[in-house]
Design a protein around this ligand. Structure first.
Ligand SMILES: [Zn+2]
Length: 429
């Protein structure tokens, strides 16, 4: 029998620093989708995975600067990320860490399967490397000689002996898959971008020998597994790929991976190629969320404008922050947020809009009982049914922002209705 289930994941955050409000936005989108599906399908049929990505050269370096062992450093940042997510009531079912013991076994098993398929070979790589992304770039990817995501970091030319993944073998497979599965990549403009990237795919190194902080390559302890090969595999570990086949078969393939635009090509192109090589089904949807800016600026440590979720939660309360972040953004486009706009949304939508409406309806109920809706079937009660359908429709398109706005538009209709028919006056009765 087909189980109706929902498996949703977020990107796992790299541990160079604690997450800020921009990272948390993605977790919140996933949380709202997970909560909606729990109501539809039952708690036991929904699995929501988030966590931290902990291996790699950048983490090794950051630990050294903090005078800690890599694992101690990872513990510290992972713990504070978790606390930030908890402050926003993110209802994850597992907070995975790539240093979790069960993850090592899964990554090595995937490596063995891909190796067995003949898709791994030893080669030498010289390339332009961004330590921020832990990824190689081609000259044409760079903007003024810098990584598009880390304009302040130096791009390094690196040569090393590495294992390579035969990514290029999957070029046509990937393009066909994207074209023939319209819901595989959301939104549409990312889809076209990924097809363009796919055309240029070359084999990539999937191991490193110039640092130690990573999962060892099976049968070659001199090399550790390349960050993306390790990190992406967390989605399998999350639902117990090796340890609980019943659970894994229930939840896999993932219904939706949510991730930022900087991670899009790895999820849309590398991950499906890895899975196909390893003989594992592909996820159903990759949703690429936009970035948040703050007062028109990029949120970053170097600019010095970082806000943690807990900062705003402590000041405004968790539901107000959740409301603002979902209700006043566009999921798949960049959105600008600010403390002033949050206060405005709080006052106009929550205090005046929702608060006033609630008070008026409560007054009517206290004076006349709660049966007035059924006694006086009106265009407004019919409209509620239409609104419910729109709301579900938006959730089915993974768009909780529009779903929320539907409700707040309906609230305005309710206000207008109360103004028109005047149930607060004696004449009405
Ligand atoms: Zn970079």
């Amino acid at each position: 029998m087909m189980v109706n289930k929902f498996y949703i994941t977020t990107a796992i955050d790299y541990i160079n620093d604690t997450i800020h409000i921009g990272h948390a936005f993605q977790k919140l989108v996933a949380d709202v989708l997970a909560r909606y599906q729990r109501i539809k399908l039952g708690r036991e049929n929904v699995f929501f995975l988030t966590g931290t990505d902990e291996y790699g050269q950048k983490a090794e370096k950051a630990a050294k600067e903090a005078k800690l062992l890599p694992k101690e450093f990872a513990d510290k940042i992972s713990d504070s990320d978790k606390k930030e997510q908890d402050s926003l009531n993110i209802s994850y079912d597992r907070f995975i860490r790539t240093t979790d013991p069960d993850h090592t076994g899964v990554v090595q098993e995937i490596w063995r399967r891909i190796d067995k398929a003949g898709d791994i070979y030893l080669g030498e790589y010289t390339g332009l490397y961004c330590e921020g992304c832990e990824a190689y770039y081609t000259q044409e990817d760079l903007i003024d000689g810098h990584c598009p995501f880390h304009p302040t970091l130096q791009i390094k030319q690196i040569a090393e002996k590495n294992y390579f993944f035969k990514w290029s073998k999957y070029r046509d497979f990937l393009i066909n898959h994207i074209k023939s599965n319209p819901k595989f990549i959301i939104p549409e403009n990312r889809k076209n971008e990924m097809i363009e990237f796919a055309k240029k795919i070359k084999d990539i190194p999937i191991s490193r020998s110039n640092f130690k902080w990573g999962i060892p390559v099976p049968n070659d302890p001199e090399q550790v597994i390349y960050v993306w090969f390790d990190a992406l595999t967390n989605y399998l570990t999350g639902v117990n790929f090796l340890e609980d086949s019943k659970k894994f078969n229930k939840f896999w393939p993932a219904d939706i991976h949510i991730l930022g635009k900087d991670n899009a090509r790895w999820h849309a192109l590398l991950w499906p190629a890895m899975l196909n090589s390893a003989g594992i089904k592909l996820p159903k949807t990759i949703l690429v969320n936009g970035f948040l800016s703050l007062n028109g600026q990029k949120i970053s440590k170097s600019i010095g404008n970082v806000i943690r979720p807990s900062d705003w939660v402590n000041e405004f309360g968790v539901d107000a922050v959740r409301y603002y972040l979902i209700g006043h953004t566009n999921i798949t486009e960049d959105s600008d947020i600010s403390r002033d706009k949050l206060i405005m949304a709080y006052n106009s939508d929550l205090a005046n809009g929702l608060g006033n409406l609630f008070e008026r309806v409560l007054t009517i109920i206290l004076d006349h009982g709660i049966n007035i809706g059924t006694q006086r079937e009106t265009e407004i009660s019919k409209k509620a049914g239409v609104i419910q359908k729109q709301y579900d429709g938006y959730f089915n398109q993974y768009n909780p922002s529009e779903a929320l706005r539907t409700i707040f538009t309906f609230m305005k209709d309710l206000d207008r209705y109360i103004n028109d028919v005047k149930p607060l006056t004696q004449d009405f009765w």
